[in-house]
Design a protein around this ligand. Structure first.
Ligand SMILES: [Zn+2]
Ligand SMILES: [Zn+2]
Length: 390
């Protein structure tokens, strides 16, 4: 079998140059025109069949192996975030207010390195690799847009793979979690309607601010009292908007926030309790509540057989790696929309370097990572693909 670790090391400068170029020129979700152009150029240069404009700014390319076999989808995200970069890196963002603060610049570069390596050894592959470079992962619906544009059809992938650089952990750490790995994300908007009036005459009003405060407190009991103690869930109110003047009780208050869960049965409990607590408490306070709950992404749940394969390949390709099978995060990831239809494995590549201060968290203005994680990610991804299509 090809030594993709050595090949990825040889390609380090290619991958690093691409990553730094993407980092200097970050683009927000569905605006990845320059990035997608470079991706399409590199894939076309490799001789792959490339389609652009899939899910607005996404790019898809297929690589046919030397012999027929299954189709494997490998997905990399490309978008940046609306954050003003505060690193002193010489490759820092040149676009004010936009930054690659999640590492998707690295993912895109890894994807191109993987394509380059696998293309060079395509005669040894039995099947097809479908490369998916996805826009707008950061809450804007890029995966769904690509699915709507047919990314999961023609040819239909049998399994899927994706990865994320992971600055919570140092370089050399690899996270492969069988089963649930990233949470489902739902968002809520609650409008509490009361009866406004003079701040000095609360007895003839129905104060939605007081009701909202009680609702926020009561919502904490969902995780504390309704979710089974060995399960995980988060209910966070992130916004409370209501009232303008110091002496006026407003008519309405709006609450917004997020709900995170791993398992559908836990999600169901949280959703039901959320609605009944909110409406019941508001009513008890003489108000009325409208509840709007919307799903953002399902949970990322790794296929057991595919996760076992990634673990086995990691042990053989990266024998020194510190492997975890326990890493779970309440963060969410829209790859879940592709994995709902195409089972697969989403794994994490440790990327922090504490000694060099490259350890700020994802979405932090000082986020940066050890670029050797690009080599680790590319080597592991290419090896798993080759293992699946051998
Ligand atoms: Zn992110
Ligand atoms: Zn991310």
């Amino acid at each position: 079998m090809v030594d993709y670790k050595r090949e990825a090391e040889r390609l380090f400068h290619y991958t690093q140059e691409l990553r730094r170029d993407f980092h200097r020129h970050p683009e927000l979700g569905f605006e990845e025109v320059r990035t997608a152009g470079i991706v399409a150029r590199e894939l076309t240069n490799l001789g792959l069949e490339v389609s652009t404009g899939i899910g607005k700014t996404g790019v898809v390319a297929t690589l046919e192996g030397g012999q027929p076999g299954p189709v494997l989808l490998v997905r990399f995200d490309m978008d940046a975030l609306p954050i003003q970069e505060e690193t002193e890196a010489e490759y820092a963002s040149q676009t004010p207010g936009v930054m690659h603060a999640c590492g998707h610049d690295g993912h895109t570069a890894i994807g191109l390195a993987v394509a380059k390596m696998l293309e060079a050894h395509k005669s040894e592959l039995r099947g097809t690799v479908k490369f998916v470079f996805q826009p707008a992962e950061e809450g804007l619906g890029g995966a769904l847009a690509m699915v709507a544009d047919g990314v999961l059809e023609n040819p239909i992938p049998e399994r899927s793979l994706s990865l994320h650089l992971w600055n919570e952990k140092p370089l050399g750490w690899i996270g492969v979690t069988p089963g649930p790995a990233m949470s489902a994300s739902d968002r809520f908007t609650v409008n509490i309607f009361g009866k406004g009036g003079h701040g000095a005459a609360p007895h003839i009003s129905s104060d939605p601010i007081a009701a909202g405060a009680q609702v926020i407190s009561a919502l904490q009991t969902i995780v504390a009292r309704n979710v089974p103690p060995l399960e995980s869930a988060v209910v966070t109110v992130t916004s409370m908007i209501g009232g303008e003047a110091f002496n006026v009780i407003p008519d309405t208050v709006e609450l917004r926030g997020t709900i995170r869960t791993f398992k559908p049965e836990v999600r169901k409990i949280v959703m039901e309790r959320f609605e009944s607590i909110t409406k019941g408490v508001a009513e008890a306070m003489g108000c009325r509540a409208d509840v709007d709950l919307r799903s953002i992404t399902p949970a990322v749940s790794n296929d057991h057989e595919m996760a076992e394969r990634v673990l086995r390949v990691t042990e053989s390709v990266l024998p020194q790696a510190d492997i975890s099978t326990e890493e779970r995060t309440m963060g969410s990831e829209d790859m879940a929309f592709m994995m709902d239809d195409i089972p697969g494995c989403y794994f994490f590549i440790g990327s922090a370097d504490h000694d060099r201060g490259l350890d700020a968290g994802h979405h932090h203005p000082k986020f940066d990572f050890d670029e050797h994680a690009l080599t680790t990610g590319a080597a592991l991804m290419a090896s798993v693909v080759a293992d699946y299509l051998k």
